[in-house]
Write a protein that binds this ligand. Structure first.
Ligand code: S3P
Length: 173
């Protein structure tokens, strides 16, 4: 039975890499953000707006526990998921955790066009966005780095360049 959790900062490519990984390892893919949106019939942005971040984190924690019972699955988590409650320890106990890592500069580049769907980024752009990511990533790294495997996304030439990760996961998970 395989259960793989993809963790990492917003914009790192958890969903894209998750899709490709699921195909290659013949596993299904669950996106925790989509799972939350489908359950609450609201976008993540709306949940933040109407209930605040604290309540969003409680919902996220509760639904993480639900998806973590699924089998033969890749679970793509939200950027903040491992950093609240005991979520990272919980995921480590439930399956294989993979941290997709990237530099603040590449993340800022990728996120520039998507800040509006990410309430945590609050519409920041340019240098302000980069400074926020640099700081926020430092806060989150101690959680991310508790993952069992780290995969450097910046070293990828294309988004299909995940063979080393596929091989590692074939033996470990
Ligand atoms: C968040 C990341 C988002 C989503 C929410 C909060 C975060 O997921 O869960 O907006 O705190 O980093 P993605 O990493 O898929 O953008």
């Amino acid at each position: 039975m395989k259960r793989i959790f993809l963790i990492g900062y917003m914009g790192v490519g958890k969903s894209t890499i998750g899709k490709e990984l699921a195909k290659r390892l013949n596993l299904s893919l669950v996106d925790l953000d989509h799972f939350i949106e489908a359950r609450y019939l609201k976008s993540i942005r709306k949940i933040f707006e109407e209930h605040g971040e604290e309540n969003f984190r409680k919902i996220e924690n509760k639904l993480l526990h639900e998806v973590a019972t699924f089998e033969n699955v890749i679970i793509s988590t939200g950027g903040g998921t491992p950093c609240f409650f005991d979520n990272i320890a919980y995921m480590n106990g439930k399956g294989t955790t993979v941290y997709l890592s990237s530099s603040p500069e590449s993340l800022a580049n990728k996120l520039e066009r998507f800040v509006h769907s990410r309430p945590v980024l609050a519409g920041r752009t340019g240098n302000e966005l980069l400074a926020f990511i640099q700081e926020n990533l430092e806060v989150r790294k101690p959680f991310y780095t508790q993952a069992q495997i780290t995969f450097d996304v910046d070293a990828m030439k294309t988004r299909y360049d995940i063979q080393p990760l596929v091989e590692q996961l074939s033996t470990i998970a």
